[in-house]
Write a protein that binds this ligand. Structure first.
Ligand code: B1M
Length: 208
């Protein structure tokens, strides 16, 4: 059976076929799906992040790694999503304006779905106006914003301001690598979650 280390290495190498094969082997061997994600797929992506930062890896390689990781997540996803659960709330999720990172946001969306929420995933590069329009159209209980860049996280504040200006009654949560509880408090968000699992707990708490 494949090991977490081998799976991480395949993510780092951007070897999509090998990631799929090793993920399948781990699934068939009865490995916990969340451990496959956290200890294999995300662990590999964390190494990619560090190397990207140090200039040891470049955008095309990072993209290949990201695609390989997503392919692994797609295989694990059906094992986590308990689609038959009745919805316990509606969540609108998106990555903020100017930001194209979607792996973490999609992971949060997937975990929320598996936690029993109905999730509307708006995608990436979502302007404050698009968030507001979607709140008007879909009437969610919670808006969940993700940002991975220190430059784009500022659009979370803009979005919250526009939501308030429009008088819309919806809770707002924020998350992503550069986001902290202090930042969430500063911009008037209702909550912050450091990872996908905590996002589920936070949404349950906010609607409880
Ligand atoms: Co970019 N990138 N990137 N990148 N990228 C980072 C974020 C960076 C930290 C890399 C680095 O320098 N070490 C850095 C940001 C620096 C900063 O602002 N402080 C960076 C940069 C600089 C850039 C570009 C500007 C590079 C360039 O072009 N010069 C550029 C910007 C493009 C843009 O968005 N406009 C860019 C581009 C890209 C790619 C397109 C190549 C690719 C994205 C592909 C994709 O998403 N489809 C990419 C990637 C893959 C990364 C890294 C390597 C990995 C991100 C990732 O997917 N992590 C990243 C370095 C890193 O984070 N290690 C990096 C795995 C994912 C599961 O984790 O997204 O953190 P994460 O999500 C977590 C939590 O944060 C949390 O839960 C998730 C799971 O537990 N979470 C939430 C996320 N959203 C949440 C929402 C919530 C709650 C929790 O509630 C609403």
């Amino acid at each position: 059976m494949a090991t977490y280390e081998q799976l991480s290495k395949s993510v780092i190498e951007g070897n999509l076929n090998q990631v799929k094969e090793q993920t399948r082997t781990l699934i068939d061997g009865g490995t916990n799906p969340l451990d496959i994600i956290n200890q294999g797929l995300i662990a590999g992506m964390n190494v990619v992040g560090a190397r990207f930062k140090n200039g040891e890896m470049f955008v095309p390689e990072v993209l290949m790694a990201a695609k390989a990781m997503s392919a692994g997540i797609e295989l694990v996803k059906p094992l986590i999503a308990e689609k038959d659960l009745p919805s316990i709330g509606k969540i609108l999720i998106g990555t903020v304006k100017g930001d194209l990172h979607d792996i973490g946001k999609n992971l949060v969306a997937m975990m929320l779905e598996s936690g029993g929420f109905t999730v509307i995933n708006l995608g990436i590069d979502i302007t404050p106006e698009k968030f507001v329009q979607a709140v008007k159209d879909k009437s969610p209980d919670i808006v969940a914003m993700s940002a991975l860049l220190t430059t784009t996280m500022l659009h979370m504040k803009d979005t919250i301001e526009v939501i308030k200006e429009e008088g819309l009654k919806v809770k707002v949560i924020v998350g992503g690598a550069p986001i902290s509880q202090d930042f969430a408090d500063e911009i008037g968000a209702d909550g912050f979650a450091p990872d996908a699992a905590s996002a589920v707990d936070l949404c349950k708490k906010l609607l409880g």
